[in-house]
Ligand binder design. Structure first.
Ligand code: GLP
Length: 241
């Protein structure tokens, strides 16, 4: 794993944008894996600005988001569909049919998971997967204890995760109990992975990711086994090393 140390959140976002731009410009029909949460918001702003300046087009790019809450319709402001539309998709020229987010309000969730895997297989491989880091070491919504062999599946969210994400909801009890997430094996199939980490509250999980043992108890540790991971981390998040 390569660690790129940057000054702050803005520098992290800018650096990630420049790597993604390079891949989107140089690959035919690029496939990006996208994340939600607070961490990639700055990256998406940079990508939008780059697009508006005419430096890049996403018309041949396909995207696959990592996860979605179960039970939230795309029109729900807390759904990741809504987040992605507001924070990226509606501002760029990506065709709707190429921008994929798991359907958390599907009637048959297991069949939705299989369908999502098939859509990814149809595109062969994710070229660049963006990840954020959960405080408990989750990536996507793969909570501690998730099998390293997992594919896209439905997961029960940890209470700690529900608490961490309650800030986005009107009331803590509104945070869904379940989510659909790409599995750890699905994520590891990506050609290249960029993990974004910012802020002092991520310092402990980042130290564990870099120097702890590889264990299903700390899902992000699986990244130690991937041959092309770049971690863009700001000074505050590297303070525990
Ligand atoms: C969320 C998401 C993850 C995200 C992580 C960190 O629950 N499911 O994809 O990377 O937790 O979130 P944040 O970036 O807000 O710290």
């Amino acid at each position: 794993m390569e660690v790129i140390k940057v000054k702050n959140y803005d520098a992290m976002s800018e650096k990630a944008c420049s790597i993604i731009m390079n891949r989107v410009i140089n690959l035919d029909n690029p496939v990006l894996g996208l994340a939600t949460g607070s961490t990639p918001e700055g990256l998406y702003e940079y990508l939008i600005n780059t697009y508006k300046e005419g430096e890049i087009s996403f018309k041949d790019t396909a995207t696959f988001n990592l996860d979605e809450y179960v039970g939230l319709a795309p029109s729900n402001p807390n759904s990741y569909h809504y987040y992605m539309n507001e924070k990226l998709f509606k501002h760029i020229d990506i065709p709707d049919k190429l921008a994929h987010v798991p359907n958390g309000s599907a009637q048959d969730l297991d069949s939705e998971c299989r369908h999502y895997e098939q859509l990814m297989r149809d595109r062969k491989q994710i070229d660049v997967q963006i990840l954020g880091l959960g405080l408990n070491g989750h990536i996507g919504f793969n909570e501690p204890g998730t099998s390293f062999e997992s594919r896209t599946h439905v997961i029960d969210l940890d209470e700690t995760t529900r608490k961490a994400n309650a800030r986005f909801f009107d009331a803590p009890e509104d945070v869904p109990n379940k989510a659909i997430t790409m599995g750890l094996e699905t994520i590891m199939d990506s050609k290249e992975i960029i993990l974004l980490v910012s802020g002092a509250r991520k310092a402990e999980p980042l130290a564990r990711l870099l120097h702890g043992e590889v264990s299903e108890e700390f899902p992000a540790s699986i990244l130690q086994n991937h041959k092309d991971v770049v971690i863009i981390a700001d000074e505050a998040s590297l303070s525990e090393l």
